[in-house]
Every structure is written in C-alpha cells, then in structure tokens.
Ligand binder design. Structure first.
Ligand SMILES: [Zn+2]
Length: 97
C-alpha cells in the first residue's frame, strides 16, 4: 500500500481492488484506488502488475483491449484510461490511513 502525495491529495485513504476482464474474468491486476469516486483511469504506479511500455492495456487471456495509456496532465502521471464496462472491480481489502 502506497502512502504518498497522490494519496493525500485524494483524502488519505485507499482500498485494493481486484481488477478483472469484464469479458472473460481473467485477473488483470490489483489496484490501489485512492479516495472516493468511480474508477476511470488506473495509474501505473498503483497497479500490482502492468505491461511496462504498452500503449494499450489488454487482457492476456482474451486479448480484449481494456484501456489506453494517457498522461494525466494535472499530475504528469502515466495512467490507463479504462473503456466503459471493460473491467470488473472487486474490493479485496479496506485500508485506512
Ligand atoms: Zn479477457
């Protein structure tokens, strides 16, 4: 669990999500979601695993494209913007500050 300025900027609390492909339910990554609100993008530094230089986030099982790489300008931070309905999220662990 990372505890840094990004987390502080989002209220200082996080949870770990189990991210899966919507289509085939293949596990994609664990993701630390900071603060409230829907998951629209996944920051690379919050993903347990990711294809390091890939411009696309794709399912390793069914090859479905789940999102595309962006730089979140406000923080100059690389992320994958998720396509609507491309992944399922399940909370695995609640965590405080
Ligand atoms: Zn899949």
């Amino acid at each position: 669990m990372k505890n840094d300025r990004y987390k502080k900027a989002r209220g200082g609390w996080s949870r770990i999500l189990d991210i899966r492909c919507e289509k085939c339910e293949e596990h994609i990554a664990f993701y630390q979601k900071d603060g409230p609100g829907p998951l629209k993008r996944m920051y690379l530094d919050r993903m347990s695993e990711h294809p390091s230089d890939s411009e696309k986030l794709a399912c390793s099982n069914c090859n479905e494209t789940l999102g595309t790489k962006i730089i979140y300008k406000k923080e100059d931070r690389p992320a994958y913007r998720l396509f609507v309905g491309s992944v399922t999220k399940k909370i695995t662990k609640a965590a405080g500050i």
